[in-house]
Design a protein. Structure first.
Length: 89
């Protein structure tokens, strides 16, 4: 996931970190197998990621297979979600 996170230690209870956590959790919760294109994913993210610029930034990590049309995240978002507390430091 391309995220703009400063190289400092975060605390899990900080508002800024909460925003990162909500964004990652939202990404993980999207059932990509039920989405037909990137617009579907964008719509699914709108409630959690209201800023269109941030949502577009997040969407740069989404890939659509030319042959099958299936969608996948370019990075392992599940692993990132599992390690968020460690990432926060």
């Amino acid at each position: 996931v391309v995220m703009d996170i400063a190289p400092v230690q975060y605390r899990c209870d900080e508002p800024h970190w909460g925003s990162v956590k909500r964004t990652i959790e939202s990404i993980v919760s999207i059932p990509l197998d039920q989405c037909t294109d990137k617009r579907d994913v964008d719509r699914a993210l709108r409630s959690a990621v209201q800023d269109p610029a941030l949502r577009a930034f997040v969407m740069t990590n989404l890939d659509q297979c030319r042959d099958s049309g299936s969608l996948r995240w370019k990075i392992n978002v599940e692993a990132i979600a599992r390690q968020l507390n460690d990432i926060a430091g």
